[in-house]
Design a protein around this ligand. Structure first.
Ligand SMILES: [Fe+2]
Ligand SMILES: [Fe+2]
Length: 313
């Protein structure tokens, strides 16, 4: 590709932004600080804790912190397959546009750093919480499943994830003055680099789309539907684990009916966080809608319907 084309220009601007905002885990993000467990990690707009009005104040904070711990772990998880996929598709540019190669190498490098950041966060948060929390999905197992699907579907899922990262930060995390400062900074710095990733996701997704025959795109839509179902399966398992952990260590006491509402509430929140909020993101809808047919859009809508119905909005 000629670097003077519009796409070439966008790769160059991504590199420029990536160089300008590049940060270091210790020097810029952690700065010797620890998490303040007297404060919230996730804003209510993401944790949806306000839907469980019967929880006492300490338990609200605890359940939000458990969700915040999973939120950090979830990004460390998906970044394994995202980084690997970017390294994989950079191959298409190896002997072509060197600006694109550099942009994708920087992307991969940033995701390696983010995984290290989220591993650090998990160790630090674990020190301030009672034992028994478990993060169930294994990065390499999940990556094995995801990377077995077509590149179009993996890029669609990646674009979806990286766009909801941006919208969660902008609409909920940034405006909330009650969060643990370190927790907030983790997602401020993450957001800064993810802004470039979302641009590259779209460029690479469109480039991949242009290579496909209609039958291949139809299969890719099927793959995307299967990926979303796999994500939902993972969310069901993690929501059950997190609700079980909370009910075991919280102050309570809660009735069986209230405990059930906690279990459902965590799942409905996770579905909003990791599926619905991205699907409803206008930028995602715009890109997806420009690549697929009406019939494919209906297929995706039908597959999503039960998940949307069992999620907060
Ligand atoms: Fe990241
Ligand atoms: Fe990213």
């Amino acid at each position: 590709m000629n670097p003077t084309t519009a796409a070439g220009d966008r790769y160059a601007r991504v590199i420029e932004a990536s160089k300008r905002i590049r940060w270091d885990i210790d020097r810029d993000v952690i700065r010797g600080r620890n998490f303040d467990f007297t404060r919230k990690f996730l804003p209510d707009g993401i944790s949806k804790i306000d839907r469980l009005g019967f929880l006492g104040a300490d338990d609200r904070r605890l359940l939000g912190q458990i969700q915040g711990r999973t939120y950090a772990n979830m990004f460390g998880l998906v970044e394994r397959f995202i980084g690997a996929k970017m390294l994989d598709i950079s191959r298409d540019h190896w002997l072509g546009d060197q600006t694109a190669v550099e942009a994708l190498v920087r992307f991969t490098d940033e995701e390696l750093k983010h995984q290290e950041l989220f591993r650090r966060i998990e160790r630090m948060v674990a020190e301030g919480m009672p034992a028994g929390y478990r993060f169930l999905p294994q990065p390499n197992e999940v990556a094995g499943l995801v990377l077995g699907k077509s590149t179009w579907a993996v890029l669609a899922l990646t674009c979806h994830i990286e766009l909801f990262v941006l919208s969660h930060y902008r609409s909920s995390i940034d405006p909330d003055g009650e969060l643990s400062e370190l927790y907030k900074d983790v997602f401020l710095y993450h957001w800064k680099e993810e802004s470039q990733h979302a641009i590259l996701d779209e460029l690479e997704w469109r480039r991949e789309d242009a290579k496909l025959m209609p039958e291949q795109r139809d299969q890719a839509v099927t793959d995307l539907i299967e990926l979303v179902a796999a994500v939902d399966g993972m969310l069901q398992a993690q929501a059950a684990a997190d609700a079980g952990y909370f009910l075991g260590v919280c102050r309570g006491p809660y009735s069986p009916e209230q405990s059930q509402r906690v279990r459902e509430g965590v799942l409905h929140a996770y579905r909003w966080q990791y599926i619905v909020s991205g699907v409803e993101e206008p930028r995602f809808q715009g890109i997806l809608g420009s690549l697929i047919s009406k019939a494919q859009g209906r297929r995706i809508g039908e597959a999503l319907a039960p998940i949307m119905a069992g999620a907060y909005h």
